[in-house]
Design a protein around this ligand. Structure first.
Ligand code: M6R
Length: 596
């Protein structure tokens, strides 16, 4: 949620590097963007809209600029506009600041500043920071101390970076919002996430909460909360820059849907001992069988959590999934006997992180199931199981959902003494089966046929019920059409009132998920004239009851829903494509939601 980029180097290409970084971060927010170039004076350019609008506004030859900061925004305080775009400055334009997160005490700080005569030009919470820094400078503090003292006054969650006129130093701090430093040969980088600078360096330092960093072209100094210099660990990112590009696909989402065979192979690599019918997750070695498990997650990750919870319950471990935003340690039985699993692609989602922190506070054992190495979830949980999907740039989660499902199926298998050998075998076949779905799907033709529908419904049972919810979420977020997912049995308890000839229903009819019962619900739907599209591994059994079939290969009943979901991803993609939607950057959304 909002993207920060900074660069300070020995060459003069800061503007190009900042713009490249902003393009790589646009999935985090895309309602406005801006840069501050640190020359003798600070040159600020900012525009409402996507980064392309900013690119059109910056000078083609900005002169020699070797340092600067940039930002792409997802609005919280004030609507998208040139004025509210970051960077923000003090009244004299001596310091420029970009910020991600929410400053909870900003109103009090702003009132205080206004009372002392400061004039504000934006609605943002961020703007208090440069004004406060200005006061500290006027009080005689040096830049580093001024920055630090102001950050110390901020409450809430933030990642913040500042540059000053006539200087190539970048000052940065984080509290509950990610910041990563890239170490390059020609200079050093600062960003909310690695895709911003992966084409320049793969050597990174993840800042910890409470740390401050000072970046110059040839040095990075990290200090802890007490101001002591710390020796940060330098990690190597195992990505190819191409992983973060579109590789010839029209959209990141399409590319990421098609990357699923590879993502699942990566997720499974060295984790299946097929000859012994076991899953080997060394990450869980030290976890005792818990008395109970709580899964906490949001959005798509919550749907993966619902799926994982079913698998864990079947192994006899009492398991509940919670929307992370609704999880309160004081009102659920969470204690040292509880394993709390945070399912989060980004590892930074504020709601999920708060839930995990509460679980840590209650002395539960915590496990992060995440895609993001070095993320807050990975660092703050007792254990981490990476889903290894690779970078996901499209705001709509696709390959990470499949990878989370597979990772949770492995977690469920690894935590029990008597794993199901057929499941272990079936896991190893999944990547090829996903490829088969991708190669043979005719979801596009169906999407074309139903692009004018009033709404789309998705129904499933047991293992496919979470996939029905996910199918609907995907459809609504990228097509902006009404879509709902239901446990099939619930339809007759209310939602059936919405079903008409203009509301196609995707029915997940896979073996092992009480297909016969769902077929009964399909009849109820058809009696209301709605077209039914079956997603099924047993077409011969269902085709006479439905209007269309999207087929998937047969797998283990617990894994077929993963294959069925691929068809739903494709259907949503093609409806959105027909409607010419902004598929990778749907309106009002952002990839990483770092506010509660
Ligand atoms: O990074 P996380 O998995 O924690 O994100 C949680 C949700 O914001 C996310 O899954 C969201 O629902 C998807 N981008 C929707 O496609």
């Amino acid at each position: 949620m909002c993207g920060i980029i900074g660069y300070t180097g020995t060459d003069d290409s800061a503007l190009d590097i900042l713009l490249t970084g902003l393009n790589g971060l646009e999935y985090r927010g895309y309602d406005s963007a801006g840069v501050a170039l640190a020359n003798d004076s600070l040159d600020i350019y900012k525009r409402e809209g996507e980064v392309s609008a900013l690119e059109a506004a910056v000078p083609e030859a900005p002169g020699s600029v070797s340092a600067g900061i940039g930002h792409t925004r997802w609005s919280t305080h004030g609507p998208p506009s040139d004025e509210n775009a970051h960077p923000h400055t003090d009244e004299d334009g001596r310091v420029a600041v970009v910020h991600n997160g929410i400053i909870e005490n900003y109103q009090a700080l702003r009132d205080e500043l206004v009372a002392r005569g400061h004039e504000f030009t934006s609605d943002t919470d961020t703007e208090v920071i440069p004004h406060l820094i200005e006061e500290q400078l006027e009080a005689g503090e040096n830049r580093q101390t001024a920055f630090r003292q102001v950050v110390d006054r901020l409450e809430g969650s933030y990642a913040v970076a500042a540059v000053f006129e006539g200087s190539d130093v970048i000052y940065a701090a984080r509290h509950e919002s990610p910041l990563v430093i890239g170490l390059g040969d020609e200079g050093n980088y600062l960003a909310s996430d690695v895709p911003a600078f992966i084409e320049y360096t793969d050597q990174v330092i993840y800042l910890e909460d409470g740390e401050f960093a000072t970046l110059t072209p040839d040095e990075v100094v990290v200090r802890d909360e007490a101001g002591e210099i710390v020796e940060p660990s330098i990690e190597e990112i195992a990505w190819d820059p191409e992983d973060a590009g579109k590789s010839g696909y029209d959209h990141y989402m399409k590319k990421e849907i098609h990357e699923q065979p590879r993502a699942i192979r990566n997720c499974l690599r060295n984790r299946l001992a097929e000859f012994e019918d076991r899953v080997v997750l060394e990450e869980l070695d030290d976890i005792e069988r818990p008395a109970r498990i709580h899964l906490v997650a949001c959005g798509t990750s919550y749907h993966a959590a619902l799926y994982g919870a079913q698998l864990l319950r079947e192994h006899g471990i009492p398991t509940q999934s919670f929307l992370a935003s609704e999880y309160r340690a004081e009102s659920v039985a969470v204690d040292a006997e509880t394993l709390v699993i945070g399912v989060t692609q980004s590892g930074e989602t504020a709601d999920t992180m708060r839930a995990l922190r509460e679980a840590n506070g209650a002395e539960a054992t915590t496990l992060a199931v995440t895609n993001t190495v070095g993320s807050s979830a990975a660092r703050e949980c007792d254990h981490v199981c990476y889903v290894r999907a690779g970078p996901e740039i499209g705001v709509a989660a696709t390959k990470t959902f499949a990878s989370q499902q597979v990772a949770l199926a492995m977690v469920a298998t690894a935590l029990v003494d008597d794993p199901d050998p057929a499941l272990v075998d079936a896991l190893s076949e999944l990547p090829d089966q996903i490829q088969q779905v991708l190669d043979e799907s005719h979801a596009r033709a169906l999407a074309d046929a139903y692009v004018d529908a009033d709404a789309y419904f998705f129904v499933g049972r047991e293992y496919t019920a979470p996939v029905a919810l996910e199918g609907a979420l995907k459809m609504k977020e990228i097509t902006y059409k009404h879509a709902e997912g239901f446990a099939a049995g619930e339809l007759k308890h209310g939602p059936l009132a919405l079903v008409t000839a203009d509301t196609p229903v995707f029915a997940l009819l896979t073996e092992g998920s009480r297909l016969e019962k769902t077929l009964g619900n399909v009849k109820e739907i058809q009696a209301r004239d709605a077209p039914v599209i079956a997603v099924t591994d047993v077409p011969a059994e269902v085709e006479r009851y439905v209007d269309h079939v999207l087929e998937v290969p047969s797998s283990h009943p617990k894994l077929t829903p993963i294959l069925a979901n691929i068809q739903l991803q494709l259907a949503s993609y093609w409806v959105a494509n027909q409607l010419n939607r902004s598929i990778d950057k749907p309106r009002n959304l952002a990839k990483s939601v770092t506010v509660e």
